[in-house]
Design a protein around this ligand. Structure first.
Ligand SMILES: Cc1cc2nc3c(=O)[nH]c(=O)nc-3n(C[C@H](O)[C@H](O)[C@H](O)COP(=O)(O)O)c2cc1C
Length: 631
């Protein structure tokens, strides 16, 4: 069916509600990259195999709900009952769940949470899913991982069937586009987005409304909107999850932005390493075109807009706006000088607005619920929510969306469940490779653009890596500097040569050859790289070194002056030793030691031959008696 007028959306909505809350059972399998990596395809196969011809049940392929840690996930909906979610599933357990549903028996134990209410966000109301069943299963709103979260950009991820655009519409999708096309002038849209305080989620935190206004002000027959889906930060997967789980929210945001600035074509620049996101995006574009929500005369309004996909090849620097544009144009992905404003001369020298995936996904919610609603969330200068990929030494890793201004410790300890194995939290790295490391004593820091910058880090696009006390901060700085050195495009000397020099100094410090004066040398290099580089890669590249020098200077000094690595990470600076008074001679270390450097009789203390030892740390990992020390 083609949506020929905004009223037709209601027909899609009815069909979508029928699928989302059917009169029958609905089983949703999480098929995001995280789900598939954990075997979601075998769960889907088990669901299909367990289906009987006369069941008439509905099966949905949904994206990631954020609890990547618990994949593969199965969402079970039965009319009149709460929605219930199972995690870490196996095909055998799926059969048991389906049998229980069919027989109307109590559901098997082990459910992660239940949902009695579901927010239809853009309509600003809740749908009651049924209460009173599944006693003992924690409510979604009280589940530690979700209780502090607030989902705007991720509002549909994990809920809607990716194969049915109607389900996106049923949760309010494309109503914001209908609203702007029928009832809002471009000026009013831009005003609303400006008043919402929405700042770009791709790293820079530039005010979105102001960016749109600059482009609107330029009179030109051809303009473009671009979605930056390059997402090159190690450990970050926020944008991938949005595109895999709710691609229409991005397309709708882009259509609204295009209407506001006067563009009729858009590009999503996405890395080839995101094959599933590309497939979902291609399908969403095809569905939107077929439904009359992209293409000519959208919803009968006379507005034309279409979206193309441009694939990147995984160069980190191609996430930088001007390098990205060069890459779409078929040129080498190198940045250009900032004095040429994209709002005047962007893609193919036409006025262009470029925003990040999450930024675009926020736009329909702002249009529907209003600037005031959005501006009231978060802090005055960092409004709304932010999505983070919470990874590293944390009990529950996954995708979290929190109101800006939440304390860092609340994300790590409450949502993430703290550091595993009784270890001590040491630092949290935010902002991707060019972000900074925030130490334990600053865990009360509010997570917003300004506070993170004051603490020497950045919001970046939302990577958040938790580190326990086994992390060496010099080694962390070395790792990120080497990443940036490899990813530097080499166009400007300060970045190309400066990062190489800085990597060299960090490597020699970690190798035990640090010299007095190396810290001052690092500081000098940071100064030059930050101030003389052409693009944000270089100007922010010193952050890992500067922040670790600021908070963990003693670790640098221990490496350089005492030739010691306090965390026991830098191999050249450590010796592994078995503590005779703790070793019970179980042989666990002996069995895993790759170069057979450990010897000892059963039930007698073992010893390590320092000449043979390659300092891999396997012995320490397996020892249950804390008998391996690193000195
Ligand atoms: C080296 C480098 C890499 C970047 N990578 C990304 C990226 O992967 N995704 C992104 O949205 N922005 C990235 N940015 C920021 C973009 O240049 C740009 O500011 C952003 O996409 C604008 O969108 P926003 O205003 O919605 O944040 C990167 C910047 C630099 C300097």
């Amino acid at each position: 069916m083609v949506i020929a007028s905004p009223q037709d959306l209601d027909l899609f909505k009815q069909a979508g509600l029928q699928r989302l809350y059917p009169d029958t059972v609905r089983l949703g399998v999480g098929i995001g990259s995280c789900g598939l990596a954990c075997g979601a395809d075998s769960i889907m196969a088990a669901v299909q195999a367990g289906m009987r011809p006369d069941d008439g049940w509905c099966v949905a392929r949904v994206g990631c709900i954020g609890l990547c840690e618990k994949e593969p996930l199965l969402d079970v909906y039965q009319p009149g009952k709460p929605r219930i979610m199972y995690g870490k599933l196996t095909a055998d357990r799926v059969a048991g769940i389906m049998q229980a549903v069919r027989a109307g028996r109590d559901m098997p134990d082990g459910a992660l949470f239940k949902m009695t209410q579901e927010e239809l966000l853009l309509e600003n109301r809740f749908r009651t899913l049924g209460t009173g069943a599944y006693a003992g299963v924690v409510e979604y709103a009280r589940h530690p991982f979700f209780a502090r979260q607030m989902k705007i950009a991720l509002r549909n991820c994990g809920f809607i069937d990716l194969d049915h655009i109607e389900e996106y519409v049923a949760r309010g999708g494309y109503y914001a586009l209908a609203k702007v096309l029928t009832a809002m002038s471009p000026e009013r849209i831009i005003d609303e987005v400006t008043k919402s305080g929405l700042r770009g989620r791709g790293g820079g935190g530039f005010l979105t409304g102001r960016k749109w206004q600059s482009c609107f002000n330029v009179k030109a027959p051809v303009k473009y909107v671009i979605c930056n889906a390059d997402e090159g930060d190690p450990g970050a997967y926020m944008d991938r999850s949005v595109m895999e789980g709710d691609p229409h929210s991005v397309l709708e945001g882009m259509a609204i932005g295009a209407y506001a600035i006067g563009a009729h074509e858009g590009y999503v620049y996405i890395r080839t390493e995101y094959p599933l996101a590309i497939v979902q995006l291609e399908q969403a574009i095809a569905h939107a075109r077929a439904g009359g929500l992209l293409g000519k005369n959208i919803m009968g309004s006379g507005f034309d807009f279409d979206v193309h996909i441009a694939r990147g090849s995984g160069a980190f620097v191609c996430g930088e706006s001007s390098a990205l544009i060069a890459s779409i144009e078929g040129n080498p992905g190198e940045p250009r000088a900032k004095h040429i404003h994209m709002a005047e001369s962007g893609l193919w020298e036409k006025p262009t607005v470029l925003n990040n995936v999450e930024t675009w996904a926020n736009v329909p919610a702002i249009v529907m619920r209003g600037a005031e609603w959005f501006a009231a969330i978060g802090t005055p200068r960092s409004t709304g929510t932010k999505v983070f990929s919470l990874v590293g030494n944390v009990n529950i890793s996954g995708l979290v969306e929190v109101p800006m201004g939440i304390k860092l410790k609340d994300i790590v300890s409450e949502i993430g469940g703290g550091v595993p194995k009784g270890k001590q939290l040491k630092a949290v790295q935010t902002g991707g490779p060019s972000g900074g490391c925030i130490p334990l004593h600053l865990m009360d820091l509010p997570v917003d653009f300004d506070s993170l910058a004051q603490a020497g880090s950045i919001m970046g696009s939302g990577g958040m890596i938790v580190m326990d006390n086994s992390a060496c901060m010099v080694d962390v700085a070395r790792y990120f500097t080497e990443f940036l050195m490899d990813e530097s495009c080499g166009k400007c000397a300060s970045c190309r040569e400066g990062l190489k020099q800085m990597g060299g100094v960090l490597n020699r410090i970690c190798a035990g050859a640090g010299r007095e004066g190396d810290i001052a040398l690092l500081e000098d290099l940071c100064d030059v790289i930050a101030n003389a580089s052409l693009c944000g890669l270089g100007t922010s590249a010193p952050n890992p070194v500067l922040s670790t020098l600021r908070y963990f200077r003693d670790e640098y000094e221990a490496h350089i002056l005492q030739k010691k690595c306090p965390a026991g990470v830098c191999r050249a600076l450590v010796q592994y030793r078995i503590l005779a008074d703790k070793c019970i001679g179980c042989g666990a270390c002996l069995r895993v030691c790759p170069p057979h450097a450990i010897a000892g009789e059963k039930k007698q203390a073992h010893v390590i031959d320092p000449v043979l030892c390659v300092k891999c740390g396997q012995c320490r990992e397996v020892c249950k008696f804390d008998a391996v020390s690193v000195e």
